[in-house]
Ligand binder design. Structure first.
Ligand code: CA
Length: 215
């Protein structure tokens, strides 16, 4: 059930009229098919292997040498945009880890308004499976900026983390098929509404199950 709702949510967003593609495999090197890391910041290198990549032939490689008990990477892009295109951004990407890998991957978007003050968006996690060494996992997150946001640059950050790292160990992660869509207002509200309804129904079902167990 969960899988089908997620597919439905994604399809609503991807088919929304007026959406703006900010990153995808052929835009801003979202699939690393340019064979370089640019315009990504802090992606260490790229690999070429059509069997290994989750999309196309190329993928991004990130690594962090733990010099404290935490290993972390912060791959990013700064992207020019405008609130006129919508205040919501739907991010989807694929990730996996090497045999000495990270424990989790966390995506965020930040922006400043015209006065230089940081404005955080409301973030809703739509899909966040565990990172594994033997397969790619797909992550999806919706970001909605409030009405006060009037900035024109957003910064996307995808961070692999290991909070229980061994000092001196290098941790490896892989990134591919990054897609970032700016969604017009009505579509994003539908998305959040559907996501909220789904979460509410799951919570209600859990509460009913708990009540039955306690009886
Ligand atoms: Ca690719």
């Amino acid at each position: 059930m969960y899988k089908y709702v997620m597919i439905f949510l994604a399809s609503v967003a991807m088919t929304s009229s007026g959406q703006i593609t900010l990153i995808d495999p052929s835009t801003r090197n979202g699939g690393f098919e340019d064979g370089v890391t640019s315009p990504w910041g802090l992606v260490n290198s790229v690999g070429q292997n059509g069997i290994f990549a989750s999309q196309g032939d190329w993928y991004g490689i990130v690594s962090a040498l733990a010099n404290v008990a935490t290993a972390r990477t912060d791959s990013y892009q700064n992207i020019s945009t405008s609130p006129l295109g919508g205040r919501s951004f739907l991010l989807t990407f694929d990730a996996r880890i090497g045999s000495t890998g990270f424990e989790s991957v966390f995506a965020s978007i930040i922006s400043q308004n015209s006065l230089g003050i940081y404005v955080p968006p409301l973030a809703t996690l739509l899909s966040s499976p565990p990172l594994t060494t033997n397969a790619w996992a797909t992550y999806q997150k919706l970001f909605m900026f409030p009405d006060v946001w009037d900035g024109n640059i957003i910064r996307l950050d995808i961070a692999f983390r290991n909070p229980n790292a061994s000092v001196g160990t290098t941790y490896i992660g892989y990134l591919d098929n990054v897609r970032l869509q700016q969604i017009p207002e009505p579509s994003s509200l539908i998305l959040l509404g559907l996501g909220g309804s789904f979460l509410f129904s799951r919570l209600a079902r859990k509460s009913r199950s708990k009540a039955l167990i306690q009886q």
